[in-house]
Structure formats: C-alpha cells, structure tokens
Design a protein around this ligand. Structure first.
Ligand SMILES: C[S@@+](CC[C@H](N)C(=O)[O-])C[C@H]1O[C@@H](n2cnc3c(N)ncnc32)[C@H](O)[C@@H]1O
Ligand code: SF4
Length: 459
C-alpha cells in the first residue's frame, strides 16, 4: 500500500508516541516518595495480579549519535559493580512491599546495553528475582543485546541463566551507515547469533531491531539490509522510525550535519522495508513491528487482545504491573507511573539511604485511566467500539465525550482521507490509517489538545 506525499505532509505533525498514557513528559517533578509507596502498596489489589519486572542497565561502551535511550558511557568496572548492588537493594525494597502470592510473568532487561556488562551480574540479578518471587510456569525472560558484545560463551551463559527472548540491535547492516552514526560493529555475525540460539533451543524467540531515517541510508541500501534480515528469519523484527529530539539528546545534533533524510525519504525507506517484509510472509503489528504468522503477537492481534507497555507490544496485559528498577526506569502501576532518578550517583545514594529512588511520577485520575484504556485499544488493536467500551466501563456516551474530549467532527478529514471508518460509534483504522495511528489517538486525548509540550514528528 502506497501513501501519498500529500498525506505525509498533512499528518506529519508533532504528536506523542503513546508508549504510555499520559506520555512521560507529563510526569510531575519532585514526586513524593510517600505517594510512590502508596501507589506500590495499592497495586497489590490491581488486576491482573502478575508481576512484570523491568531492569535498566544504563551503560554503553560507545554512544551512537542517534541514541534516544537513557544511557551513559561506561568508564569504570567499579561503578558497574556498585550500580548492580544498588539495583539488587532496590529490588529487595520493592519486593518487601509486594504481596508474595503474586507471580512473576516477565523480566525484561533494557538499556543502555545490558550485555555490555559482565554476564555474571545478569546471572546474579536473575537469581535474586528467582529467590524472591514465585513465577508462572513459562515466564518471558528478555534481554536487549548489542551484537558488538556477544560471543557464544556469553550467549550460553545467558541461556543457562534462563533468558528465553533476545532482542538484537542491528539498526542497519551497512557498515558505512553504522560508522556515520558512531555505532560499534558486530563482534559475531548476527546470522550466527540467531543460529546459535535457535540450535540451542528452537523455542527461544529472537527479535532484530532496525532504524530508518539515519544519515547515509537510502532505499537501495536499506533494501539490502532488509533482504539480509529476512534471510536470517528472526521471529520478530522492528523498524523504528528515527526519533530526532536534539533538545533532549544533544549528541543527536551531530547527525544534522551528516545529512538526515527528509520525511519523504523516510517514508520511502519505511515503505520499501514494509513491502519486502510483507512479501516475505511477515505480519505487521502496529506501525513498526513485524512477526512470523504463528507468533503469539499475531494471534493476539487477530483476537483483539494485544497490549503495549514501555518495552513494546505484549500478549499479556502488563499495564498496571510493571515494576521497574535502575536509573530512569519507569514503573507502570495500576493507578500511576513512577520514574526513578536519572543520575547514577544520586540513584545509588538514595538506595543506600533506604529510600525509593523515585524522582517523577503521576497518580492517575479516574478519567486518565479511561483515556489510557481508549488509547491502548487504538494503538494496539486499531479499533474502538465506543458503545461496548462505555458498557464495559459503566458509563454513557455523554460521560465518554466529557472525559476524552471526543468530537466526531475531528474525524471528518481522516474519514475523507481514508484513514478511518466510523459507523454506529465504532471506529476502525484502515491500512493507510495505521501510518498515522498516533494522530488518530490524539483525537481522544484532551491533554494533547490543550498541550504546550514538544514531541517528535509522527513520520
Ligand atoms: C536500548 S537499545 C537496544 C540495545 C543496545 N543498546 C543496542 O543498541 O543494540 C533499544 C533500541 O532503541 C532504538 N533506538 C535508539 N534510539 C532511537 C531513536 N532516537 N529513534 C528510534 N529508535 C531508537 C534502537 O533500535 C535500539 O535497538
Ligand atoms: S543505541 Fe544502544 S548501544 Fe547505541 S548508545 Fe543507545 S543504548 Fe547504547
């Protein structure tokens, strides 16, 4: 499916990414620790009761110029060792406040680069969580890896430590593009990494991450990269649209001098990769995720049961139960968000003082809980049945309109442009509408309509 340049121009405006609702730039500064403790305690009554754990490892050995993640250049081994001890302490502090009958369904290590540190730290952290909590029978234990730091020995130790989901950051196979953005090359070919994991255990799930919109990328080169990726046949693949936020990430400014593709070129890269992936049998999930047809994400999409959290799409409902540890990490609890301090030494000092290292947060109002559910429906399942939604939440259409600020007339242009269908209160996002899903979600977001905050462009 082709998207006209006219539509790209029209809808390429700054909108939230909606990895959470409200977006993280709405969290309040100087959030009270007592309030954080209250939200954690209250989350024990939340539903579903399972626990998802996120651990942030904020270290990288080289900073990629495009990077939008919370990371820092790793300088001393002693800092890493002290940081890991603090994370363990923080886990113990929160575990003491959680109902022990609740079971862990997911652990996710993100970063930064979790595999840039000695593998024994990851083994120790997993062991601590196994010791502290009960688990469901087949928990997901996931890690984001940079191929510059992987060897067969490292991978084998991760497997022994019960990791069963691997996300490998490839970004682009073209070495010139990687050099331009200051990214280290893979130590072990990505095809060999995937082969090694699959031979060790065919049920291990492997995802490959790519980015489009970087300097030096063009359709011919990115087509080569995608062709190589398809030949590797990962279970999942993501093509992230490069988010340029130099007002937040100063190092991204370098890329402005190296020739960033414009939004039309970006769309060409996106379309070329989408066409190849779909032809090769991958099913698109949302805008930028692709999975093999039998993958559980695709099954969940077909059944309208897909969910999303800061770590990506998931089949298990985790909003309301993600407990995050480490600097800058964000907990997504039943009735609010908590974000830890970003500075490593402030984080370690706070934990050493026996205090939760929370800096920002938001206690959700009853209205925000409803808007969050509406936006999740749209972002994940591309459909919103307003009458059924109202019935489910025990409200009438008038209350729905008051809470979400929804005005049917805001859909008129989107309907005329073929982005959505709207009949009998049921909104369905079309194939071309999927490209502008964030713009469509905004129609139900009163905070966006009254906004003053800065976001990246939608394309
Ligand atoms: C924490 S990194 C993954 C692990 C490891 N650090 C690596 O780079 O391979 C998470 C992913 O975020 C994506 N990413 C980072 N900065 C981005 C940006 N500015 N825009 C879009 N995607 C970005 C990259 O695709 C990267 O693989
Ligand atoms: S993309 Fe990954 S490796 Fe590169 S700086 Fe960001 S977190 Fe580190």
């Amino acid at each position: 499916m082709e998207i006209s340049q006219e539509l790209i121009h029209k809808y390429n405006i700054a909108v939230p990414r909606y990895t959470s609702y409200p977006p993280a730039n709405h969290f309040q500064d100087n959030f009270e620790v007592a309030e954080a403790v209250r939200l954690i305690g209250e989350s024990n009554q939340g539903s579903p009761s399972n626990i998802a754990v996120y651990i942030h490892i904020p270290f990288c050995t080289k900073i990629c110029f495009y990077c939008g993640c919370n990371t820092t250049l790793m300088k001393q081994e002693a800092t890493v060792a002290a940081y890991i001890e603090s994370v363990k302490q923080e886990i113990r502090m929160v575990a003491a406040r959680l109902d022990r009958k609740r079971r862990v369904s997911q652990i996710h290590y993100g970063g930064g680069t979790p595999n840039s540190i000695d593998v024994r730290y990851l083994e120790e952290l997993n062991q601590l969580i196994f010791d502290l909590f009960e688990f469901i029978p087949q928990p997901e234990i996931a890690i984001e890896c940079h191929p510059a730091h992987l060897s067969e020995l490292y991978l084998q130790r991760l497997l022994n430590a019960r990791f069963n989901r691997f996300s490998i950051g490839v970004q682009d196979f073209n070495t010139e593009v990687l050099d331009t953005v200051n990214r280290a090359q893979a130590a072990m070919p990505v095809a060999d990494i995937v082969r090694f994991l699959k031979e060790a255990n065919p049920s291990i799930s492997v995802n490959l991450d790519f980015i489009y919109g970087l300097p030096g990328q063009n359709v011919a080169g990115f087509t080569e990269t995608m062709t190589k990726a398809i030949a590797i046949r990962p279970d999942r693949l993501v093509t992230f649209s490069y988010a340029h936020v130099p007002w937040l990430k100063k190092h991204q400014q370098v890329l402005e001098k190296r020739g960033l593709p414009g939004s039309e070129e970006k769309m060409d890269l996106f379309m070329a990769s989408r066409r190849l992936l779909v032809e090769a049998g991958y099913e698109p999930i949302g805008l930028d995720h692709y999975v093999l047809p039998g993958d559980e994400l695709n099954v969940a999409l077909q059944n309208h049961q897909l969910h999303r959290n800061f770590q990506g799409y998931c089949t298990r409902r985790t909003t309301g139960q993600v407990y995050a540890f480490g600097v800058s990490s964000i907990s997504q609890l039943e009735r609010g968000y908590l974000q830890n301090v970003k500075d490593i030494s402030v984080y370690m000092q706070s934990v050493a003082n026996g205090q939760l290292p929370v800096e920002k947060g938001l206690a959700l109002t009853a209205d925000q809980l409803i808007i969050r559910a509406v936006i999740e429906q749209l972002m994940c399942n591309k459909k919103l049945d307003i009458p059924s939604f109202c019935e489910c939440y025990g409200m009438d259409n008038e209350a729905f309109v008051t809470i979400t600020g929804f005005e049917e007339s805001r859909l008129d242009e989107m309907i005329a442009d073929g982005l959505v269908h709207f009949r009998d209160g049921i909104l369905e996002i079309t194939g071309s509408g999927s490209f502008f899903i964030r713009n469509i979600a905004c129609v139900f977001d009163p905070a966006y309509l009254a906004q003053t905050r800065k976001y990246s462009q939608s394309v």
